[in-house]
Design a protein around this ligand. Structure first.
Ligand SMILES: Nc1ncnc2c1ncn2[C@@H]1O[C@H](COP(=O)(O)OP(=O)(O)OP(=O)(O)O)[C@@H](O)[C@H]1O
Length: 334
C-alpha cells in the first residue's frame, strides 16, 4: 500500500460544520482516485491536508509506511514526494515560460533540463509561448505552464486540483490526453479533484463522491454511475429521471416488477427508448421539448396526465406522439 489515510477531519475556526470529516482510504502505487462533489464539499481542504500543507484536527497519513508530518511538525510545510498542482498558478512573474518550467529542474544537468523542458512544452502545447512572461499569457495558457512545471519532476503522489478547469475545449482534450499518458507512463499515484463529471468517469480507477466533508460513495466510476447509493448520488451524474415507482407502474402496468417493489427509482435518460409505433411494452408519450446536444438529443416527454420524463435519442423524432419503453433491469432502485 503506497498511501494510507486514516480518519482525517478538519473544522476551520468559526465554521459551524467540519470542512472534512472522518475520511479514510488507501491507494496502491499507480492507482488513480478521482474526487468529485459540489462546490464547498471539502475537496481542496482534503488535498491540502494530504499534501501536508494544511493542519488536520485528527488523522494520520502514511506514505510507504512512513508518517507524513503535518505542517505543525515542520519548518517548511509540504512533503517532497507529494506534490499538489494548485488552481492558482503561482508562476514566477519575471521569468519566461521556459524558465518557469526549468526552475523545477534546477538540480539537473543542463542538457537533461533542456530535453525535459522541451518535451513538456510540446506535451502542454506551449510551443510558441516559451519566451513569454506569465502576464502576457491568458488564464488557460498560464494553467498549462503551471501543469508543465508541476510535472517536470513527477512525484510519487500527484494531487491535482482541477488541473484543466481553465482550458478551452480543444486544449483541454489535447493537453489532458498528453498529460494523462505522461503520468500513467510514470506509474505515479494520483488524486484528482474535478468538477467535470465526464472527466471523473473517464480517467480515475476509483471515484469518491463527497458531500458536506464526507465520502458519500466510493467505487469504480461504473459503480457510481450505475449503482448510486442514494437519490443525491443518482442525480449527481445528471441524465436521471427520478420518480416514484408507482408513477411508472401506472403508465407501464404490464411490468411485473412494480408489484414486487416500491419506492423511488432512477431511470437514466439513455435507458428510456423511443419508437414511432406501439409494441407490447410501450406507453404513449407526448413530445414536449427537444434539446440538441451535439451527438444526441434530449427529448422531454409527457406520459399520461402528468409524468414528465426525459429520453436521449440519436435523431430528432418526426412525430409529436411517440411510444416509450425501458427494460425493467435498467431501473435503479433508490
Ligand atoms: N481557509 C479557510 N478558512 C475558513 N473556511 C474555509 C477555508 N478554506 C475553505 N473553507 C471552507 O471549508 C469548506 C470546504 O472548502 P473547500 O475549498 O475544501 O471545498 P471544495 O470542495 O474544494 O470547493 P470548490 O469545489 O469550490 O473548490 C467550505 O465551506 C469553505 O467555505
Amino acid at each position: 500500500m503506497l498511501l494510507e489515510v486514516e480518519n482525517i477531519s478538519k473544522k476551520y475556526e468559526n465554521a459551524l460544520t467540519p470542512a472534512v470529516s472522518g475520511i479514510s482510504f488507501t491507494l496502491d502505487e499507480g492507482q488513480w482516485l478521482g474526487l468529485i462533489g459540489e462546490s464547498g464539499c471539502g475537496k481542496s481542504t482534503l488535498l491540502r491536508i494530504l499534501a501536508a500543507l494544511e493542519e488536520p484536527d485528527t488523522g494520520l497519513i502514511r506514505l510507504n509506511g512512513k508518517k507524513v508530518l503535518s505542517p505543525a511538525w515542520k519548518l517548511i510545510a509540504g512533503h517532497s514526494d507529494i506534490k499538489l498542482v494548485h488552481q492558482d498558478y503561482q508562476l514566477m512573474p519575471r521569468h519566461t515560460v521556459w524558465e518557469n518550467i526549468a526552475y523545477s529542474l534546477r538540480a539537473y544537468k543542463p542538457e537533461y533540463q533542456r530535453k525535459r523542458v522541451g518535451e513538456l512544452i510540446e506535451r502542454c502545447k506551449l510551443d510558441n509561448l516559451s519566451d513569454k512572461l506569465p502576464a502576457q499569457l491568458s488564464g488557460g495558457q498560464q494553467q498549462r505552464v503551471a501543469l508543465a512545471r508541476s510535472l517536470a519532476e513527477i512525484p510519487m503522489v500527484l494531487l491535482l486540483d482541477e488541473p484543466f478547469s481553465n482550458l478551452d475545449y480543444t486544449h483541454k482534450n489535447a493537453v489532458r490526453q498528453q498529460i494523462v499518458e505522461m503520468i500513467r507512463e510514470n506509474g505515479t499515484t494520483v488524486i484528482w479533484v474535478t468538477h467535470d463529471t465526464a472527466e471523473a468517469l473517464a480517467f480515475p480507477d476509483t471515484l469518491a463522491l463527497m458531500r458536506d466533508g464526507q465520502w458519500l460513495q466510493t467505487g469504480t466510476p461504473q459503480t457510481l454511475y450505475h449503482q448510486p447509493n442514494s437519490e443525491y448520488a443518482a442525480n449527481f451524474w445528471g441524465n436521471a429521471n427520478i420518480v416514484a415507482a408507482d408513477a411508472l407502474a401506472q403508465i407501464w402496468p404490464q411490468f411485473s416488477i412494480f408489484q414486487q417493489k416500491t419506492g423511488n427509482v432512477c431511470l437514466r435518460f439513455e435507458h428510456l427508448e423511443l419508437q414511432p409505433n406501439p409494441t407490447a411494452n410501450t406507453a404513449q408519450a407526448r413530445l414536449l421539448q427537444t434539446r440538441f446536444l451535439g451527438h444526441y438529443y434530449e427529448i422531454d416527454l409527457l406520459l399520461g396526465e402528468n409524468l414528465r420524463l426525459t429520453a436521449k435519442a440519436n435523431t430528432l423524432p418526426n412525430n409529436h406522439l411517440l411510444y416509450a419503453t425501458f427494460h425493467p433491469d435498467t431501473l435503479i432502485w433508490l
